[in-house]
Ligand binder design. Sequence first.
Ligand code: HEM
Length: 427
Amino acid sequence: MADQCPYLKKLASLNSEKRPGNGANKTVAEGRLVQLLEGQTVPVQMGNLPNAPPSWYNPIKFQQGQEFVRRHFAGISLAHFVSLITMLTSPQILKPLIFTQKSETVLKSFKRYIGTVVHVTSWYFGDVWQKDNPARRSIQIVRNMHDHGCRQMNHPDRRPQVDNTAMAECGKPFDEPSMLPSLHIDTQALASCPYVGLRRQTNKQEDPYVYFNQFDMADSQFAFVGVLVLFPHKFGATYASDDELRGFIHFWRCIGYLLGIEDRFNFCDDDNLELTRDLCRHYLDKMIKPAFKEASAEFEHMARAVAKGASLYYPGVSFESLFAYYANVVGLPSNNFIHHMPFFQWLYFLYLRLVFSVLCWIPGVMRLFSSLTRFAIGLVVARSDTVSWWPKNWKPPQVGGLDLFWTLIPKAKKVKSSQSNFVQNGA
Ligand code: HEM
């Protein structure tokens, strides 16, 4: 019967994807991870964008990746948010974010991350290869931000300040009771990270940490692709084909290249879906999950700020519900955490599960939620066509300057024209 019914066939294939990778691929994944860790001493490439696409750029795959995102926008936005929260467990990424003082309060975090949402969306919808396209300008702006941060934080006068960032720099603590004790109880039995000896620390005076290094960039790339490649069906992309996922990996390989990641340190190196999946699984089990054993008060504060900021345009969302959803998806122990969640957050967690893991099996549901997501962001970005008729007292705060990048192009442009534009115009 499973042979005939497309629903059962899909379910069987998704379940088989949960099996751990075979021995050979695991060794490849281990080797790749060790190679990525070597990037900790190599700073990310800065300055102007490269003038030409890399030799391995494939416009068809790239557009397949973009098309995949456009069709699953709501689920992919959710995946990015939950992964962002978990990425903050890494002190190497958390400290620069605390140091810049741009996301430690609700309002700052709202502005900071709506900026991220709009920039990244412009890459998904625009043409990063074409001169003067908003998407390409956006990439250059982000490169400049990283460039500025890198110079500041690696300056010998400032580095000790970054190394020692702590709760004192996070501003007024939030009122909610801490969930850290529950989180620690849940994760204490997990094995520690086997790569801890290879992980460089941020507060060693004699061996200073290189902020904005190639490994931290690859770590962030994992946050963008990891859970989607491993669990597309938990983010509404139930019917994602292997080609679409390959395109998505290729897209992030190109974005990594444009943001200054060397090929040897690109998390999405090679567009091999099976190898990337094995690397993601290995990375999740060995690096990400054990990191929750050490989750700090700074992590919880900054993660709460992200969720509270996002709740201004995704009503109801919270740190608790996003974390619980992530834990449920990746199989992180979370019984205590869920038991201690406030009732409303627990309901919201169930709502996320219902919509993104179940209802999105129904054709059309993802399209509806994607339109709602784009609409909510449009209200913040303040485009006149989305805001004029919407009741004023239901509007989230608006952020200026982002409408330049909020140019959603519903249909992919012809590959040929996009490529020839690049060649003609350079960058
Ligand atoms: C794939 C990798 C990455 C992507 C796609 C990315 C994306 C972005 C985007 C879109 C912005 C603009 C946000 C705005 O408009 O306010 C931004 C800013 C910034 N990013 Fe990244 N980023 C990456 C890696 C990193 C890493 C590894 C670090 C830290 C070690 C970092 C630290 C920052 C900082 C400090 C800013 C300036 C805003 C602030 O102070 O929070 N980024 N990034």
